[in-house]
Design a protein around this ligand. Structure first.
Ligand SMILES: Cc1ncc(COP(=O)(O)O)c(C=O)c1O
Length: 429
């Protein structure tokens, strides 16, 4: 086969080479990644290959443009390929891509200082890793080390990642059961139920881990005052509060961190996803000085070869600048209100298809009335050139999680396409 030049595809949407290119890549997925995953993608009509991305758009091998209303599950808060983040990363790439690990590294030091400045309360010290699950793993380990206790309380339907420690906190049996026995010492209580937590949180509890809003659980908001009650229960038993802001952080909910809505400062905060400015993978554990004490005594109890690497830290620093300068956090609050209002109107027209609309900022869920409708709506939206997906723990919920740079006109476009998808869904049931 002739060597395929990807840039040609974008110049010529009918280039027949696109078909061969997609067949080749999908073939590799079938043979060498996972045949079932490839089959599912094809079945949902997603049989194409992404080529490039910019702002709120993704472009495929056929030159087709998609409005990204999924945002990489909360990664692309500043949009795709933000030029300012790309340029900062390119400059760092030319200077020093990875760290020696034995000398001080400026991007890591500066990012830790920046996080101390922008996170609430006295959160001061950061450890950097490479993903959300790693940030959760490190947070759990730090809580055990800092308290000398073993018990961890998490919530039913939570999603904290799929490595063994994080999975022990994740609250969905379908992911947990095949891997049992998981880590000992984990208990789950219903999310949003502080009385249930009060009953099980005791003097053996190292930490309570909770998402301010359950993301993969189906964009579930707790009752007003819940986080403050959780914090108080933790305080009264000498347990630590770990807030998993991996998905809610970096402006997604209309505040830089979702816990700011409730004025609650956790003992440990886990970050990842959008922290990398939509360009580099990075996770962080940010904690209060008292909690960090144990790592001051033993600084090498927790380490990571690639954690805090210069490229990722540079991307994070540039991403934070973009969030601030483009006022994206305030924009997320405003646009989220607008989006939610449009969707509530849609729900009133399609109560047989949409059970509930809920969310905060630009973290929005549409709960459908039947499970099978999630995949149907996702495929219809894809046909209309809009990317959405259902939440991992709850396939009945379509999540709308666009870059915070989305315009009101683009929100209208999404709502219009959803209306078409709902009308077809109505015909199909
Ligand atoms: C709240 C939360 N915590 C942790 C994770 C795990 O992150 P990762 O997939 O980067 O390991 C996710 C992923 O969706 C998440 O939503």
């Amino acid at each position: 086969m002739a060597l395929f030049r990807e840039e040609e595809l974008n110049e010529n949407p009918v280039n027949p080479e696109a078909e061969n290119y997609c067949a080749e890549i999908i073939g590799h997925y079938e043979e060498n990644v996972n045949p079932a995953m490839a089959k599912l993608f094809r079945f949902m009509g997603l049989g194409t290959v992404e080529i490039r991305s910019s702002g709120v758009h993704i472009y495929d091998a056929h030159g087709r443009e998609y409005l990204d209303c999924l945002g990489g599950y909360g990664v692309f808060n500043v949009g795709h390929s933000h030029p300012r983040v790309i340029s900062a990363v390119k400059q760092q790439l030319d200077k020093m891509p990875l760290s020696s690990k034995v000398l001080f590294s400026a991007p890591q030091g500066r990012l830790a200082a920046k996080l101390a400045e922008i996170t609430p309360g006295d959160l001061q010290y950061s450890f950097f890793c490479n993903s959300g699950a790693e940030a959760v793993e490190g947070s759990l380990k730090l809580a055990r080390l800092a308290t000398g206790r073993a018990k961890i309380i998490a919530t039913t339907n939570a999603f904290h990642g799929k490595t063994l420690g994080a999975l022990s906190a994740t609250g969905r049996d379908v992911f947990r059961q095949p891997c049992e026995p998981l880590m000992p010492g984990f208990t789950h209580v219903p999310f949003g139920d502080s009385a249930a937590l009060d009953r099980v949180c005791d003097e053996q509890t190292a930490a309570v881990i909770v998402e301010p809003i359950q993301g993969e659980g189906g964009i579930v908001l707790p009752p007003e005052g819940y986080l403050a009650e959780v914090k108080e229960i933790c305080r009264s038993r000498g347990a630590l509060l770990i807030l998993d802001e991996v998905q809610t952080g970096m402006g997604r909910t209309g505040k830089l961190f979702a816990c700011e809505h409730d004025r609650v400062v956790p003992d440990i905060m886990a970050l990842a996803k959008a922290l990398g400015g939509g360009v580099m993978p990075i996770g962080a554990i940010v904690a209060r000085p008292e909690v960090w004490e144990v790592l001051v005594t033993h600084p090498f109890l927790h380490t990571s070869t690639f954690g805090g690497n210069p490229l990722a830290c540079t991307a994070a620093l540039a991403g934070i600048d973009v969030l601030r300068e483009e006022k994206l956090v305030e924009g997320a609050a405003r646009k989220g209100e607008y989006f939610l209002e449009q969707l509530r109107q849609l729900q009133r027209r399609f109560p047989d298809i949409i059970r509930e609309v809920r969310g905060r900022g630009l973290l929005i869920g549409l709960e459908l009335t039947q499970e099978g409708l999630g995949g149907f709506v996702m495929a219809e939206m894809f046909d209309a050139g809009i990317l959405v997906a259902y939440t991992l723990n709850n396939p009945k919920v379509i999540r709308l999680e666009p870059p915070l740079t989305i315009s009101e006109g683009q929100i209208d476009q999404v709502v219009g396409a959803l209306e078409g998808a709902m009308a077809k869904a109505r015909e199909s049931i």
